[in-house]
Write a protein of this length. Structure first.
Length: 265
């Protein structure tokens, strides 16, 4: 239970293998035989864990990848821009706000076009959206109750909770094509059937039972809400043969956790 800071690459590879994304050689070969255009959507893929997942999928699988990020042309997304240049047509980058349903509807239209015109078949929605601090505004986790403000709580819930629930609502219909193609396999060979996967990066920091230190009011509350939303989705979507994962990354060496890494090993 000690605090550790994890390497981004190793964390992303673990997430990928856990959600059965074809890092295993045998699964990769099956994916290539059955459908060379299996695809993933990575929301929040401009940098950090989301970018790491997009890179892992491009470099280790035959999957197509669609990355959704707010400002793909910004300097902060230079890593994504380099990956796009390397990946070519296998990587599509879309501008979209995960907290705005109208923006997400436009993203969904673009992804539907990829399905219909380029035969992409989506089987993963990976969401790494999140916000812990705003360095330029000197805003971050509260150390005490007196630091708490309603505005920061609302902003935290929008960035950490709404940004996971809305993309699930709007983009999950993209899984229908994959499910229809796999319906026969699900009946014939349930052990080897890989369901479509909705995976969200959340965190143990949202656990009520695990909270031993206090503080971080807004972030903890937002993560607790996200965990509850994902639990609700897992119950509902299990009836539709969709796997829902809530993934705890620990402290990973990204910009989000950079101000807080000095106290971890």
């Amino acid at each position: 239970r000690g605090s550790r800071c994890f390497n981004l690459e190793s964390s992303v590879r673990w997430f990928a293998s856990f959600s059965r994304l074809s890092l295993n050689a045998e699964v990769r070969s099956v994916a290539r035989r059955t459908n060379p255009r299996l695809a993933a959507v990575v929301v929040g893929g401009g940098r950090g864990i989301g970018l790491g997942m997009a890179r892992t999928l491009i470099e280790n699988t035959s999957n197509r990848v669609a990355v959704v990020t707010r400002e793909p042309s910004s300097p902060q997304c230079s890593g994504l821009q380099a990956l796009q240049a390397k990946a070519g047509s296998r990587l599509i980058v879309l501008s979209g706000d995960p907290t705005d349903e109208t923006s997400l509807r436009q993203v969904a239209l673009s992804l539907t076009t990829l399905q219909d015109e380029h035969d992409w078949t989506f089987r993963l929605l990976f969401n790494s959206s999140g916000m812990l601090h705003k360095q330029e505004r000197k805003k971050g986790p509260e150390k005490s109750l007196q630091d708490f403000t309603g505005d920061w709580l609302i902003e935290s819930i929008q960035a950490n909770t709404l940004a996971h629930v809305l993309p699930a609502k709007v983009l999950l219909p993209l899984f229908e094509k994959y499910k229809s193609l796999q319906k026969g396999l699900m009946k014939q060979d349930k052990d080897n059937y890989c369901p479509p996967v909705l995976a969200s990066i959340t965190g143990r920091v949202g656990s009520i039972e695990d909270n031993q230190l206090g503080g971080w009011y807004s972030y903890r509350m937002a993560k607790a809400a996200t965990n509850m939303a994902i639990k609700c989705m897992s119950i509902e979507l299990a009836r539709k043969n969709i796997a829902v994962l809530s993934l705890h990354p620990g402290t990973v060496a990204t910009d989000l956790s950079a101000p807080f890494q000095k106290n971890v090993k």
